[in-house]
Design a binder for this molecule. Structure first.
Ligand SMILES: [Zn+2]
Length: 482
């Protein structure tokens, strides 16, 4: 059997996080009663005129810049003509051509698993409008809900021949892309609600063959996991077809989440002729250089760059960096803590440990809690300078989380600071040894394991306040001379 090389092209649709639709003022939202967010424009009634949504155009431009694309300084909308009930106008407003889409000829970097990055070339980033949704009615028959019709939709397509060569990279690409869209604030990234949709096309070819194989397109993938599983499944399926003397057909296949298998939806006999032409109702978009440069300069630090900076400059592990950048608010919180002088690793540990747990229990965001970066830094410093030990720190943090006071204030009011006075510790050690002569005897006869019990008793008697390092030292010394 020859070695087969997979190639994966990615087509991603992202619903833009605008307030209103692409060409009318109907609000954009998820769910709700069918056909309650519609008007004559998005229903395509005769005599209406579309007005483009400026903020949607800006969101696509920002995305194109973040994806290192060239920008079409003059860009037009086309009509893509086809008939389907979810398309009230009989055409979809989209953007056709190689250099007409708002962004083209760019790339996205994905981690290569080796501390470096791999470049996935982007062919185009364009703006179009979403369709309505067909739905089955409870009493039988079908209906159509136009609430989604006319929602601004961005399409991002990778270059051919594809740079993605395995299922893992497909998932990685989508994860990086989703994070960028969320950082830019242009899409909420909710795959389960369909605001981010991914349709990979997959082909295989025997190693050494220059010609790419026939590709199949996969739909209904609504999680990162299903993208990876789906691509892996298609690669295996196509290999099996070729190895049994069959032919891979160009077809659209659906993904069955329960069976973890793809199924045939429709064969693509030939390319549809959509009779694209420039929409006569919409003027060409023309951009000034200064406007584009302004947008370029307004881009935030992107997730992958941030992750690498956390690892290389702040000494975090790849895992920790990943947890912090997964949420923009979370990484902002962390950066503020570091700016206030908090040790990066320790601050990160408190955030991803106790703090994250408490937030999760309440189901709230960091900004909704009483804990600020200042609280984390305050706590980290109390532990660093030996004022309190780890166990006390946990207690103080829990109280801080409840009432919003700084850990150092709580410590002061309680006199909860750590005992570092050797004389004071010695008193406690002596008392515990006197109370446990049998344990001391065991230790003296060679059972060194019982020392842990004695440490426990000492800590307990000191109310958890004794400095653990000093306790070890004083206890060892006392046991020697007992
Ligand atoms: Zn409308």
């Amino acid at each position: 059997m020859p070695n087969y090389l997979p190639s994966v092209g990615m087509e991603v649709h992202a619903e833009l996080a605008t307030q209103s639709k692409m060409f009318c003022r109907c609000p954009v939202a998820f769910g709700g009663e069918p056909n309650t967010r519609v008007c004559p424009v998005c229903l395509g009634l005769p005599g209406t005129l579309p007005v483009p949504n400026r903020s949607a155009v800006e969101m696509v431009l920002k995305t194109a810049l973040a994806l290192n694309c060239k920008i079409a300084m003059t860009s037009v909308f086309h009509r893509k003509n086809y008939f389907y009930p979810d398309l009230p106008k009989g055409y979809q407003v989209s953007q056709y051509g190689e250099t007409n889409p708002l962004g083209y000829d760019g790339y996205l970097e994905i981690p290569n698993g080796d501390g470096g990055t791999k470049r996935v070339r982007i062919r185009r980033v364009h703006l179009e409008e979403d369709t309505g949704k067909l739905m089955h009615l409870p009493n039988g028959g079908s209906g159509v809900d136009y609430n989604r019709a006319g929602t601004p939709l961005m399409e991002i397509v990778t270059e051919f021949p594809p740079d993605i060569t395995n299922p893992h990279e497909s998932r990685e690409y989508l994860q990086q892309l989703r994070q960028i869209l969320i950082y830019l604030g242009v899409c909420d990234g909710k795959m389960e609600e369909g605001s981010l949709r991914c349709e990979p096309n997959i082909s295989i070819r025997p190693e050494g063959t220059p010609k790419y194989g026939t590709k199949t397109e996969l739909k209904n993938l609504n999680s990162f996991r299903s993208v990876q599983l789906g691509v892996a499944y298609e690669v295996r399926r196509q290999i099996a077809v070729l190895e049994t003397g069959g032919v891979v057909h160009q077809e659209t296949r659906g993904w069955n989440e329960q069976k973890e298998a793809s199924y045939l939806m429709r064969l693509k006999e030939e390319e549809n002729d959509y009779r694209y032409f420039p929409d006569p109702d919409l003027a060409p978009m023309v951009f000034e250089e200064a406007y584009i440069e302004g947008l370029r300069n307004s881009l935030p630090e992107l997730p992958l760059a941030k992750s690498l900076r956390y690892q290389n400059e702040l000494g975090l592990s790849e895992y920790d960096a990943g947890v912090l950048i997964a949420d923009r608010e979370w990484s902002k919180f962390f950066e503020e803590a570091v700016a206030l002088g908090g040790d990066p690793k320790t601050s990160c540990n408190w955030m991803t440990g106790d703090f994250a747990k408490m937030l999760n229990e309440q189901g709230i965001e960091p900004s909704q809690s009483k804990v600020t970066p200042k609280h984390i830094v305050d706590l980290v410093k109390l532990v660093e300078d030996g004022t309190i030990n780890g166990k006390m720190a946990k207690q103080l943090f829990a109280e801080s989380y409840q009432d919003g006071r700084l850990p150092s204030e709580i410590a002061k009011s309680k006199g909860a600071s750590q005992i570092t006075d050797v004389g004071q510790i010695l008193d406690v050690v002596k008392k515990v040894l006197a109370e446990n002569p049998d344990v001391v005897a065991k230790y003296k006869s060679g059972n060194l394991g019982v020392k842990g019990f004695l440490v426990g008793q000492i800590m307990k008697l000191s109310g958890g306040r004794a400095n653990p390092g000093l306790v070890q030292k004083v206890l060892s010394n006392e046991l020697e001379n007992y």
